[in-house]
Design a protein around this ligand. Structure first.
Ligand code: HDE
Length: 711
């Protein structure tokens, strides 16, 4: 993790430079290149007269404006992107011939787009949702897109059900409510009749669905792919992204409050971190399954609703991605970037996962309506870094000016070019998988187990994580209005884990039904044998998987963590500087939050720039709180309700709090008085202890006791 330590680094100056980059010193022109003399007044017949049709400058400006919008993505509409690069640790040639995974001297450029799924383009970042994690690798052999999510499994097993899933989670069509939320009848109506959704669904109820930052989430390719080596041998692979900052989430109460305080919280966090030189990093991991082990698991590795526990197949970390540059233009890059799981390079291939197979159709199709032309691959952000030569021609917005007479193959006039690439020259050939089957519209029985892995996930969580999950289900089902849907869900949760179902039933004030009147799984054909497709009882092939609980993925870094220092005039300047130096040394960001804007004066008479006045910010935007002493300062803070709210809320959200000398009075004047022996509350203690608690992210052990604090 690189921190830009240059003293001259000034984010505002950097921002200004970025703003003026491409038009520096240049005159304004029309799109046809004529220099513009006036862009403020239309051409009129007299100063007070009607506007003239002749005004081509006005017409061009308005016409362009009228067509500024393109359709937003149907799913994953809300997103944020960044540029970076990928470097390989060690050649993986025993598994694959792909250059990015064999050549350690390469620094492969990447563009990553993170997103939520359900909400529209303007929806809030902290919605409870899956996060998209799509990476475009610009390799020397062409584009490779790893279009994944921050959860290792998906809701459905077959692409055919995708429109149903998405229609159920999107706002209800009669009233267009709720935005970016699964907490409504239609979603649970669908889920409770389609039990294959349960595994992804339980992940969405967990803290993984409300990440602290895009920079602190894992990524997963979900499907099993193939790697093909130079000898043509295939290994199955699952792709993983492991964040070096650890995996961290916030509480639902914070998410709700951040919705109001900063709807761009994740977007801003990513942008600011990169501008500050805190470049986010992930290691890429392979889970390799030899071809001959395909059938050795208790589940089908082609089923995208199943993960392969890391205890069964360890993740080998093979390289690192660093994001080090913000986009220059959101629309041109983040909005127009077109990912596609079908963009692969020699050495990477597909499996028959029926969800993946459907995706291989969908992504090009969607670009045709979103970006408007098969030439979307010529938009700069989508262009490969190697040369493109083929006989595809024309269509809307063609950028390439092809020369010569021949746009067909084979030809003699063009010297037979572009010629075909032999395999040895890097020509793509598909893996020759033997297929000997009947044509059927069916789902394999090996996909039928819908309960074992949701139960494994629940068992693997710490008690505080399980409580969050039960609360999330209670919240979501509490928003449903049909009792039969809630009852069905309680029945289903009881199949996963009785403890979970009882907690949710209690919260809903309902009984867990002992039977339901229609089969659990109804995602089957009209003539299919209903019994054959019902999920069997859960199996226990692994007691717990540590990799599923965030407790074991914490990272141990405070780089880019934001610490609010609450002050007023007369604060203890030395205490501030000691804490600031110690935490900044470790990469944290200290902000002065004062009773007023402008500057505050410390007890040594020195003025300090205020980052935000108490009134203009909220505790939920920070990771930890520090209150230095200084009698006058603390006296002032004691009269500010907002200062007390900062302390109470931070306690409630299990954050680390440090106070020095008189700062303790603020604890005494708040619920802090009951938490002085808490392991993440520090009174006159070293910055090191405070830093350790921040690196732990939260003291979740506090949570039960903190429930006594009114929200
Ligand atoms: Fe997508 N998905 N998806 N999806 N998906 C899209 O493509 C689709 C699925 C994922 O930041 C769309 O360009 C189908 C799984 C991400 O631009 C669309 C199916 C996973 C993104 C589409 C799936 C994903 C998308 C919308 C079931 C995780 C955002 C706009 C067969 C492995 C990429 C677009 C970005 C976007 C279709 C299932 C991840 C409509 C039909 C499984 C991260 O083509």
């Amino acid at each position: 993790m690189k921190k830009n330590s240059s003293e001259e680094h000034n984010p505002k100056q950097e921002d200004l430079k970025r703003n003026t980059k491409d038009a520096d010193g240049k005159a304004m022109t029309t799109n046809q290149g004529q220099k513009v003399n006036d862009t403020n007044n239309s051409l009129k017949a007299g100063e007070r007269g009607a506007t003239l049709l002749e005004d081509f400058i006005l017409r061009e400006k308005i016409t362009h404006f009228d067509h500024e919008r393109i359709p937003e993505r149907i799913v994953h509409a809300r997103g944020s992107g960044a540029h970076g690069y990928f470097e390989l640790y060690e050649s993986q040639e025993k598994y694959t011939k792909a250059g990015i995974f064999t050549d350690t001297s390469r620094k492969t450029p990447v563009f990553v787009r993170f997103s939520t799924v359900a909400g529209n383009k303007g929806s809030a970042d902290l919605a409870r949702d899956v996060r998209g994690f799509a990476t475009k690798f610009y390799t020397e052999e062409g584009i490779f897109d790893l279009v994944g999510n921050n959860m290792p499994i998906f809701f459905i097993q077959d692409a055919m059900k995708f429109p149903d899933l998405i229609h159920s989670v999107k706002p209800e069509p009669d009233r267009e409510i709720p935005q970016a939320a699964s907490a409504h009848d239609t979603f649970y109506d669908f889920v409770s009749h389609t039990t294959e959704t349960l595994h992804n669904q339980i992940w969405v109820m967990s803290d993984r669905a409300i990440p602290r930052s895009f920079r602190m989430m894992e990524g997963f390719g979900i499907h099993t792919f193939r790697l093909i080596n130079h000898e043509g041998k295939s290994h199955f692979v699952k792709f993983h992204w492991k964040p070096l900052l650890g995996v961290h989430s916030i509480t639902w109460d914070e998410a709700v409050k951040i919705h109001g305080a900063d709807t761009d919280f994740h977007r801003r966090d990513l942008w600011d971190a990169i501008e500050a030189g805190h470049y986010p990093e992930w290691e890429l991991g392979f889970q390799i399954i030899p071809e001959e082990d395909e059938h050795k698991f208790d589940f089908d590795i082609l089923d995208p609703t199943k993960l392969i526990p890391e205890e069964m197949v360890p993740v080998q970390r093979i390289g690192k991605m660093t994001l080090n540059r913000n986009p220059d233009n959101f629309f041109a890059e983040t909005e127009q970037v077109a990912f596609h799981p079908g963009h692969v390079v020699p050495g990477i291939d597909f499996t028959n996962d029926p969800l993946l197979q459907g995706r291989l159709f969908s992504y090009t199709d969607t670009q045709l309506s979103r970006l408007g032309s098969p030439n979307f691959s010529e938009i700069p952000i989508n262009r490969p870094i190697n040369e493109v030569h083929n006989n595809q021609r024309d269509a809307h917005m063609r950028m390439t000016v092809n020369k010569g007479k021949t746009a067909y193959f084979p030809n003699s006039i063009g010297g037979g070019c572009p010629h075909l690439a032999k395999m040895a020259e890097g020509g793509f050939t598909s893996y020759e998988e033997r297929i000997d089957a009947k044509k059927v519209r069916e789902r394999s029985e090996s996909f039928n187990d819908h309960f074992s892995q949701p139960a494994l996930f629940y068992r693997s969580l710490q008690p505080w994580e399980q409580n969050h999950l039960a609360d999330a289900y209670t919240f979501e089902l509490g928003k449903c209005t049909y009792d039969h849907i809630k009852e069905r869900m309680l029945y289903i949760l009881n199949q996963i884990e009785e403890d979970l179902a009882s907690k949710v039933a209690k919260g809903l004030g309902m009984e867990i039904p002992t039977e339901i009147d229609t089969p659990l799984n109804q995602a089957i054909g009209a003539d299919a044998d209903v019994e054959k497709h019902q999920p069997p009882q859960k199996k226990v092939y692994l007691d717990k998987s540590e990799a599923l609980s965030q407790t074991h993925l914490s990272g141990n870094s405070i780089v880019s963590r934001k610490i609010a220092t609450l002050v007023s005039d007369g604060f203890d300047g030395e205490a501030l500087m000691n804490m600031k130096n110690a935490l900044e040394e470790k990469g944290a960001i200290i902000q002065l939050i004062a009773t007023h804007g402008g500057t505050v004066t410390c007890d040594k008479g020195k003025n300090h720039q205020v980052d935000a006045a108490l009134l203009t910010t909220e505790s939920v935007l920070f990771d930890a709180i520090f209150v230095p002493g200084g009698e006058e300062s603390v006296k002032d803070l004691l009269t500010e309700a907002k200062a007390k709210k900062f302390i109470n809320e931070s306690l409630m959200h299990c954050k680390a709090i440090a106070v020095s000398k008189e700062g303790e009075q603020l604890l005494d004047a708040t619920y802090g008085k009951d938490f002085k022996d808490d392991q993440a509350v520090f009174i006159n203690q070293s910055a090191d202890d405070f830093a350790k608690a921040i690196a732990n992210h939260r003291n979740w052990n506090r949570e039960e006791k903190a429930k006594s604090i009114p929200a």
